[in-house]
Design a protein around this ligand. Sequence first.
Ligand code: GLY
Length: 315
Amino acid sequence: MTRPGQDTAWSLGVHGGAGVNRGEALLPDHRAAIRSGLETALTAGARVLEGGGSSVDAVEAAVRCLEDSPWFNAGRGSVFNARGEIELEASIMEGRTLAAGAVAGLRGIRNPVTLARRVMERSPHVFLHGEGAIAFATAEGLETADADWFWTEHRWKAFERARGIAQASAPQPGEHGTVGAVALDTAGNLAAATSTGGLTNKWLGRIGDTPIIGAGCYASNAACAVSCTGQGEYFIRATIARDIAALIEYGGQDAQTAARLAIEQRLAKIGGEGGAVVVDRSGTIAFAFNTEVMLRGKVSRDSPSRVGIHLADLC
Ligand code: GLY
């Protein structure tokens, strides 16, 4: 909601997944690539916001960067499902209007977040899946990418490891990840976007929390914008993103308390692991996670960018 005379503060928070620090998953080279990827996403989103652009433009720009990196589980760096294939999903939401768009079951679409935005802005629907979503992407002229673009050695190794250990039963804990961004723009509008390849070794057709509005993504100018990462089934059951917004809107909590309550109590109570990034109407960015690491970053009009991986990292 734009108010005459309001200040021009802006803020951006991003995440690149939460999980446990398993062996090669965070070797020093990988850690450096993650930090650099998060910085690139922050720079892209901040450029939009600094120039007076919208929070929707900013979260899309930031998430596209993360989708194009091979180091995050979204777009190019996505994990493999139980068939050794990649199925992508994403969502986006605008806090001013509560407009939202989501996509799932995608193959070969380079930037799922952009397709989610097209669903939000150029379709009468909120959520498109599979063949229909891909047909819409084609009609919209969105960029495609072949299997080579999406294939990464570290994800393939994780898939083989999961197959060997789990024999196509449960997905491997610790291999999950998602990317996301939340923003407040200079007009006072909030937005959130989330994108993922899901879980390593997930069943064909499995959909996680990422494209579920209210679970992995939510934005309302009445409260905050939220993007989540973690074990999707639990985030769906606990409606974590909407829960955080409700704790702020109806419960009068601040962003950090709301995020902490939702993750450490509501999510953890049913056995879920993961985290969330939140931005509230004042531009405060909050992170909460109950995993060993959460790849994350933030920047605002008043503070230079910071990125963090472990809890102790100042971010
Ligand atoms: N949060 C990612 C997933 O469960 O798919």
